[in-house]
Design a protein around this ligand. Structure first.
Ligand SMILES: [Zn+2]
Ligand SMILES: [Zn+2]
Length: 664
């Protein structure tokens, strides 16, 4: 801007004047306040009147002189120059510049000189800012249409003027922020359709996105204007998002503004209708290259994501892409990515993260990103503990995995996890990970690292548990099934089998009862494979969601039971209870799940206990699976009954599992 100290002084005086004028006249329109020290002479200076008359006739010399600064005591507003120029600019949509000049008999070279005058006026005379923003509708419309690029029906004039226009907008916003009129000014400006989008888009102006504009600017010898346009637009956006003025303290209007900004595409739709990159995603992209602006970009992203939930597929993709690119030197970036990601999944910190977003993130590599962080940073001093510098990476990754786990049995995330199972499993291979830890331990005989290793192992256990729980298994024989192998019970669509024979066997061994009936106390000892006591979802969508969850849970229950048979047996032994008197509780809200064996008399009371005692078979062990939250329901549980002999045979089954895993 290059404002001299003299100009600044003048500006301060002008500001003071504007304020007192506003206080007395309530209009702020530059009325003489009667202050004796006022430098301005209103309408009384004949020299000034001559200048105005020349500008009104389109005189090039006089207009140009006003562009290169004004003598002390001259006011754009009080002299009337401002009104003259604004009147000219109001003709920019319908007339050509030549037409206007012919009309007034002038020799002005370019209408950009007028834009420059209001730009200068907006800087040195705060009192006229409101008048300017209220009277630049046609100018704003012309400038914001950066595809047609017509100003006085001319492309050339648009190119000459666009930087000055951005500068003008920047001036009125940034220079007024401590001023009483700021709110009115910003409100008025933002009402111009397309202005906000243009500011977002101009902050990304460059060869990559808008080669057409760059070419025009270069052709007119104005290549440097591009840098100016970008930096002023970014400053305006910073100001609007950071809201240091508190203008948008009213929650809804701030969120509305952030939402509008965050979802604006970074390329004008008229130029590239296919652009799907929003401002938020664009900032993610910029994060990759602009290391020096990192903190500032992150701050904006946090506002857009946590306050206004501006998250779309591209945002998630860019974030994971960035995370996956992190090397062991990028601890801070990785940590920021992890923190931002948690906010994307669950911006309001609720109990139920977005299943759709989580599913998409898993498909584009979320879990691999987490595994990458564990591998890259396991040696970092802040991985397992906050050693005074950063929050630990462990907690950031843990938070993501916990969120994944919360929705891992829901339809979309479960499918996404299954589709990634092989890729993730190959990264989790026992021999490899074991060697990995052994080597780390040998290499670093440093005691601080042992905690990191423990933490890393916990995280890997979480990943394994997520994979296990989202597996597809036959509900009768526990065979792992591919998508095409799954056969469902035709009655309830809640049970999956490998074959007709498994289905038949399961039907005869208890499914018959639960398939089409809901839970009652009278059948408490035989009811299984459905949510109990039945919580009826209140709409079709919720019912479908629940059914999918029940199916996914049913498929994982037996595997969990068999995989933890050692724990079950030893806990039952410690309680000194026969197995059929035990209730095995699986808390699936924890990752990995927590298993607790209890006396059934503790779990069932009253009529329910009576029903349980009367109807149960002493050949079975009762398992209760407490599920992840769904449809806002807080206590969901399902009962499954498994033959006792399965548990005793278990040791062999279990070894089989382990050995097959070792064989991979
Ligand atoms: Zn089967
Ligand atoms: Zn059924």
């Amino acid at each position: 801007m290059g404002a001299s100290s003299k100009k600044k002084g003048q500006q301060r005086k002008a500001a003071k004047k504007a304020l007192s004028a506003a206080a007395t006249a309530g209009s702020g329109s530059g009325v003489n306040s009667g202050d004796g020290s006022n430098l301005k002479v209103v309408g009384g200076n004949s020299n000034h009147s001559k200048i105005v008359a020349k500008v009104r006739r389109g005189n090039n010399y006089a207009t140009k002189r006003l562009n290169s600064g004004v003598e002390e005591g001259f006011s754009y507003e009080d002299s009337g120059v401002l009104s003259v120029v604004l009147e000219f600019l109001n003709r920019c949509e319908d007339e050509t510049f030549e037409g206007v000049m012919n009309n007034v008999g002038g020799d002005l070279k370019s209408p950009s000189l007028w834009v420059n005058i209001i730009k200068s006026a907006s800087f040195v005379e705060p009192s006229c800012r409101l008048q300017i923003v209220e009277n630049i509708g046609p100018l704003a419309r012309c400038m914001c249409d950066d595809v047609k690029r017509l100003f006085f029906k001319s492309n050339k004039h648009w190119v000459e003027s666009v930087r000055l226009f951005v500068h003008l907008v920047g001036n009125v916003m940034m220079e007024s922020k401590l001023n009483n009129f700021w709110e009115k000014i910003v409100d008025t400006l933002l009402q111009y359709e397309g202005l906000l989008s243009s500011i977002v888009q101009w902050s990304f102006l460059g060869e990559e996105y808008r080669p057409d504009i760059i070419k025009e600017l270069k052709y007119e010898g104005l290549a440097d204007d591009c840098i100016n346009i970008i930096s002023i637009s970014r400053s305006i956006l910073n100001l609007l998002v950071s809201d240091e003025t508190g203008l948008f303290q009213a929650e809804e209007s701030r969120i509305r503004l952030l939402k509008t900004l965050g979802t604006t595409p970074i390329i004008n739709k008229s130029y590239d209708p296919s652009c799907t990159v929003s401002y938020t995603a664009g900032l993610m992209r910029r994060l990759k290259t602009a290391a020096d602006q990192r903190d500032n970009i992150l701050q904006i992203l946090q506002c857009l994501i946590s306050e206004a939930d501006c998250v779309d597929k591209v945002v998630i993709f860019e974030l994971i892409y960035l995370g996956k690119k992190c090397t062991s030197n990028d601890y801070v970036t990785a940590l920021d990515v992890a923190a931002l990601f948690s906010r994307c999944m669950d911006p309001q910190d609720t109990d139920e993260p977005s299943a759709t977003r989580t599913a998409f993130a898993i498909r584009v590599g979320l879990i691999e990103m987490c595994l990458g962080f564990i591998k890259q940073f396991v040696e970092h001093k802040c991985f397992g503990d906050n050693n005074g510098c950063f929050p630990p990476m462990y907690t950031a990754v843990e938070r993501i995995l916990k969120n994944v786990s919360k929705v891992s049995l829901h339809k979309k995330p479960a499918r996404a996890i299954r589709s990634k199972k092989d890729t993730i499993e190959s990264k989790l291979l026992y021999p490899t990970t074991q060697r990995f830890y052994l080597n780390k331990r040998r290499e670093l005989e440093n005691k601080d690292i042992s905690n990191n290793i423990k933490r890393a192992r916990d995280l890997l256990d979480m990943v394994r548990s997520i994979l296990d729980i989202s597996g597809r298994f036959c509900c009768r024989c526990n065979k792992s099934l591919s998508k095409t192998e799954v056969m469902e019970c035709n009655g309830c669509h809640r049970m999956a089998y490998c074959s007709k024979s498994c289905q038949k066997e399961d039907w005869l061994n208890g499914h018959k009862l639960a398939c089409c009936c809901s839970y009652t106390e009278e059948v408490a000892g035989q009811f299984q494979g459905r949510v109990m006591p039945s919580t009826e979802p209140d709409n079709e969508r919720a019912a479908a969601k629940m059914k999918e969850l029940e199916k996914n849970m049913n498929m994982a229950q037996q595997k969990l039971f068999l995989d933890h048979s050692d724990t079950i047996l030893s806990q039952a032994k410690a309680l000194d209870l026969p197995l059929h008197d035990c209730v095995v509780e699986f808390d699936l809200c924890k990752c990995p799940p927590i298993i607790k064996v209890e006396d059934y008399r503790k779990g069932f009371t009253g009529e329910e206990r009576k029903g349980f005692e009367e109807t149960r078979s002493k050949e079975n062990i009762t398992c209760i699976y407490h599920s992840h939250i769904i449809n806002g329901e807080s206590d969901l549980c399902m009962q499954r009954l498994f033959p006792l002999e399965w548990l005793s045979k278990v040791t062999t089954v279990y070894t089989f599992h382990l050995s097959s895993m070792k064989k991979i």
